[in-house]
Design a protein around this ligand. Structure first.
Ligand code: URA
Length: 176
């Protein structure tokens, strides 16, 4: 990925576009590549990725077969700082194009950064959970939950994440 639309291209090792089957029903969207993702060129392969895989498995999903995984930003922000608005603005059209190509049946936004940027809101994550939102030109159902890195730091919130995952699964089951 040779994109130079924002200054992060100068500090990244490589762009991390996304991974998964092109016909996946599920699209999981995180924040931005971390150190391990920047090194390997694949999203969610570090510690948060291990937990994400476990979360997906808990609702019968496997990233090899039915889930595409991408991030709001394709380039790692130095030191894993939060994405800046101009970086998000530069990168979001790429994700919108990915969504148009993939046409997932359902989207799962993990974490505040993904949820707020996809929904164009400043509301806290706690206010965005537990309801079906819709995204973009295909009105794709979108459910919000906690970021696995946050859950690693705050394991007491895992119970709520489990509720969110069961909710997302029920939304998906109603679609198909
Ligand atoms: N955190 C994210 O939000 N995305 C990744 O790809 C890895 C960690």
């Amino acid at each position: 990925m040779g994109c130079t639309r924002c200054p992060l291209h100068a500090t990244r090792t490589q762009g991390v576009v996304g991974v998964g089957p092109k016909r996946a029903d599920w699209l999981v969207i995180g924040e931005a590549p971390g150190a391990e993702e920047d090194r390997r060129g694949e999203p969610f392969v570090g510690p948060a990725g291990q937990l994400l895989d476990a979360m997906l498995r808990a609702i019968g999903l496997d990233r090899a077969t039915n889930v595409y995984i991408a991030n709001i930003l394709k380039s790692r922000p130095p030191g894993n700082r939060d994405p800046k608005p101009d970086e998000v603005a530069a990168c979001l059209p790429y994700l919108v194009r990915q969504i148009a190509l993939l046409q997932p049946k359902i989207m799962l936004a993990v974490g505040r950064i993904a949820a707020q940027n996809l929904l164009g809101t400043q509301l806290p994550l706690g206010r965005l959970r537990g309801q079906v939102h819709h995204f973009g030109e295909f009105n794709t159902p979108l459910v919000v939950t906690y970021h696995p890195a946050y859950l690693l730091r705050t394991p007491g919130e895992k119970r709520k994440a489990w509720e969110d995952l069961k909710f997302a699964r029920s939304v998906y089951q109603r679609l198909t």
